[in-house]
Write a protein that binds this ligand. Structure first.
Ligand code: ADP
Length: 370
């Protein structure tokens, strides 16, 4: 083989050095780039911008994407414009997003491109199953992904990913995340006995989760998915407010009741100005293991119609299948076992829709900011 299959880092760097920003500096040396990754012919990177710069940077992003796409061996390029919210000392978001300041060193998630909450109005709708498989699909698209299981009352990440033992301690007394199927993972279920957290009230939940974010060596990640505790109580509100969230995804089953809960979830995130990246409908239809037929047990199109009514994107529907249930409970997620299989494809489609929405939400919020 004479041709290199993947782009060399030098080629990417020289392209970034050639792209000139409005202030005359080169993008490559501007310190604005984070989360630059290459995997399987895919390149992804984030460019830090200020609110007022959004319009000026859209053509720059397009130029970067087009030029990187021209490199031999590159199959896709995903460049996002990101702007960060300013956190107050107690971790709450103060006022409208302040996009003028880059992330400081003190931000424990400084190297994380986007923190995305996966939430549901109530438990048992498959939020954790969806989070894990979505994480794996994002990973299959070439992104570096972490999952924080903040579902303190029912941490299921250890089961879903087949994690055993306790996390190791790294430098500076920070916990090392556990690794599974190419994901970085941390769960309260790995740190305390399940009964301990059950009795915690809102503030304790919030401080435990804040600690899991701050005291874990997440390192460089494109996306950190936060599997939220189900519901829309004080703890969830505090978490949504106190975390640098790029957006939230709502998981719902098609039944009406669950959609009512989903609406509450959406209202909660809107209250704290977190963009809703979309609704995922889980158990949208039943795929019969015997006849292979698809049955819309809970009715059809509920979540899609609801999403349209609420003005939020519908990211896709996941069928209720025996395979997904058995694989999840065995700690062998179906999308890890068979990433290109039917379920893997569904999750990858949802992941792509999510990434598209993420970028739009970023640019929109930049435009809205004063
Ligand atoms: P939540 O996080 O919302 O409480 P889980 O992800 O723990 O829900 O899912 C609850 C149960 O439903 C688990 O046993 C899981 O394997 C199962 N489950 C979730 N989604 C599906 C699906 N699409 N098909 C089959 N079983 C599913």
């Amino acid at each position: 083989m004479s041709q290199s299959e993947h782009p060399v880092e030098d080629d990417v760097q020289s392209i970034l050095d050639e792209v000139i920003l409005p202030d005359g500096t080169a993008l490559g040396t501007s310190g604005r780039i984070s989360g630059l990754t290459f995997a399987g012919g895919r390149i992804s990177l984030s460019v830090q911008i200020d609110a007022a710069e959004a319009d000026a940077f859209i053509p720059i992003r397009d130029e970067v994407e087009a030029r990187l796409r021209g490199l031999s061996g590159v199959t896709s390029v995903f460049a996002v414009l990101t702007s960060e919210r300013k956190m107050s000392e107690n971790g709450s978001v103060s006022g409208p997003p302040d996009l003028a300041k880059p992330v400081t060193r003190a931000d424990p998630l400084a190297e994380v491109g986007h923190v995305i909450a996966v939430a549901s109005g109530k438990g048992g709708v498959g939020k954790s199953t969806t989070t894990v498989n979505l994480g794996l699909a994002l990973r299959a698209l070439g992104l570096k992904v972490g999952i924080l299981d903040a579902d303190i009352y029912g941490p299921s990440l250890p089961t879903l990913l087949g994690l055993h033992g306790k996390p190791a301690m790294g430098e500076g007394r920070k916990l090392k995340p556990m690794r599974a199927f190419g994901l970085e993972a941390m769960s309260m279920g790995l740190l305390v006995e399940p009964e301990t957290a059950m009795v915690w009230r809102g503030p304790m939940v919030m401080s435990a989760i804040t600690q899991m974010m701050a005291d874990v060596e997440w390192g460089k990640l494109d996306i950190l998915l936060v599997d939220m505790p189900p519901g829309t109580g004080d703890a969830q509100l505090a978490l949504a407010q106190g975390t640098r969230l790029a957006g939230a995804v709502i998981v719902s089953t098609p039944q009406d009741l669950s959609l009512i809960d989903a609406r509450r979830g959406i209202a909660m995130f809107r209250k704290v100005d977190v963009p809703i990246l979309g609704i995922i409908e889980n158990m949208s239809h039943f795929v019969c293991p015997d006849c292979g037929g698809s049955h819309a047990i809970f009715g059809q199109g509920g979540a899609r119609a609801e999403a349209a009514r609420l003005g939020v994107p519908y990211l896709g529907g996941i069928p209720l299948t025996m395979d997904l249930r058995v694989a999840s409970d065995a700690g062998q997620p179906v999308t890890a076992r068979d990433p290109e299989g039917p379920l893997g494809q569904i999750f990858q489609q949802i992941a792509r829709a999510l990434l598209g929405g993420l970028e739009e939400a970023r640019v929109d919020s930049s435009r809205r900011a004063p």
